[in-house]
Design a protein around this ligand. Sequence first.
Ligand code: C2O
Ligand code: CU
Length: 479
Amino acid sequence: MKSNAIWILVLTAVLVGFVALSGGGIRPAPLADPLRDRLAAEARTALARHASSGVLHEVTLVAAPTRLSLLDGRELDVWAYNGQVPGPTIRVRAGDRLRVRIQNELPQPTSIHWHGVRLPNPMDGVPGVTQPAIAPGESFTYDFEVPDAGLFWFHPHVRGSEQIERGLAGLLIVDPPEASPAPRELVWVLDDWRLDESGAIDPAFVTRHDLAHDGRWGQVLTVNARVGPTFDVRPGETVRVRMVNVANGRVFAPDFTGLDAKVVAFDALATARPLPADGLVLSPGNRADVEITIPAHAPGTRVAIVDRFGRRPLALAELRVDGPPAPSSEVRASSAPVPSWTGAHELPPDLVFRLNARRGGPHGLEWMINDVPMRHDDDHGGFHQPAPYRLQHGRFTKLRFVNESARLHPMHLHGQFFKVVARNGISVDEEHWRDTVLVGPRETVDVGVVPLDEGSWVLHCHILEHHDSGMMTVIAVSG
Ligand code: C2O
Ligand code: CU
């Protein structure tokens, strides 16, 4: 009797609802939202893609253990793409198509994620979400068009805490479709290495200590896998230093004080205008292009570039000024249409992500998003997925990160560029897009995003130990 009564209630409710919706043929119109519509239109314009060029690049990568002379010249057992650390640089033009076959000769399943590249979801390289992991001995072919110019990188998305630390990371440099005058380039892959007493890569990965802190921080800092390399520059020359932080956990704050240095691109895309380089912070995953004009110093001058993120400055690299003076460059100031998104701050957050940890899980401590860890299935290289968050394609959406912990969390969203709109409730206009934002201890960061690609995109902390212990979730974008 009781269940009959419930059924009658349900049927009545459905009927009433149907009559209400169909009555007079009137459907509730979607609420007009002129502010959101304007913000979304600004993003669409600014993030327009380069058209297909019809050019195809075919690349083969073999991921395998090898032994290389690295760091201070010592022999080091590493895992490498095509026997190189840092991995090979793939260089294409925006609009070109890239077909990369990866052969897995590692003792573990792997995959390749194209960090920051806007590509079709099945090419995103996240096992358990966009593809099965590539088993040892097997291969996979990534095939996609590259729509944006800038500096990108690629790395495994399986046990990154081990695979990236052992040396698997390469660069994807995408030039604008037409050649234009550009300063000479220096590419700096920033990394750190934790070595054990024997001088080998410490084989203890995702330790309790790493998890209770900001991931694995090594005692050896490198630029292009070398300790303190020297780069030759000419007096008066303008160079573009293109930096990427591939470290597991370390944040770099390269100090260019005393030089005329301007940030002209961040996380691949050009900034709204050249921005002052002081205060530049690169968390794991971030890239920045910094244009430096070398003073007309006497030849032989050396300029030390140090990292000032921690309490003690740490040496990174040296510029050696030498040779005849360079002619003054005719390179124009870069600029890109980055909307300032005025008014975005007034909108409430659409999704709130609380970042926190708890005891337990396979590593003794697990990092979570909204109290849910995404458990990795290492044997199959996949994940036990939580239910995805949903976002609407093309709609301006505000995401709020609330760091409930005392640790750092560089949050990375796949497949989209976003912009910081507020920190701790105070409106900010960063004048550049990002794909990774550092959320400091107890900090709240609001970002605006207009999802322009459908599919299941992961959102995770780029401190690889936090990531591998659960700090990842899925955002499903649909129309
Ligand atoms: Cu560079 Cu999902 O990360
Ligand atoms: Cu984190």
